[in-house]
Design a protein around this ligand. Structure first.
Ligand SMILES: [Zn+2]
Length: 118
């Protein structure tokens, strides 16, 4: 699973998105930034929030499919139709709410870290 990227803004205004643990040297001014200076526990909290959101969005449709696809094979296509309706309903009704809540949460928990150039 891809880890969330960190947006790094250099003193000169250049912005780059890099993974945690990477060291980046700015192309325009040559300063070097080390994301290892971000406390691992704080980055870990961000990763956990992203994982929780993905699990909430992807988990229920996967479970529904795991139950209803075998049923539709064994007992008829009405279950495939039911699966389609459930997944559409979930995507249209539940996912936007989850996304909103998760975005608000992340905004609250995501700090902007002040790093020093090396
Ligand atoms: Zn720079």
């Amino acid at each position: 699973m891809r880890e969330p990227l960190i947006t790094l803004t250099c003193d000169c205004g250049t912005t780059v998105e890099i993974g945690y643990g990477k060291v980046w040297t700015c192309d325009s001014c040559g300063k070097t930034w080390d994301t290892n200076r971000i406390p691992a526990s704080e980055y870990g909290a961000l990763v956990a929030a992203v994982r929780r959101y993905r699990l909430l969005v992807l988990g229920p449709p996967v479970v529904m499919a795991a139950v209803l696809i075998p049923l539709s094979v064994l007992s008829g296509l009405q279950y495939a139709f039911l699966l389609f309706v459930l997944i559409m309903g979930y995507g249209l009704l539940a996912v936007p709410q989850l996304r909103r809540r998760s975005a608000a949460q992340m905004q609250k928990s995501t700090k902007s870290w002040k790093l020093r150039p090396e």
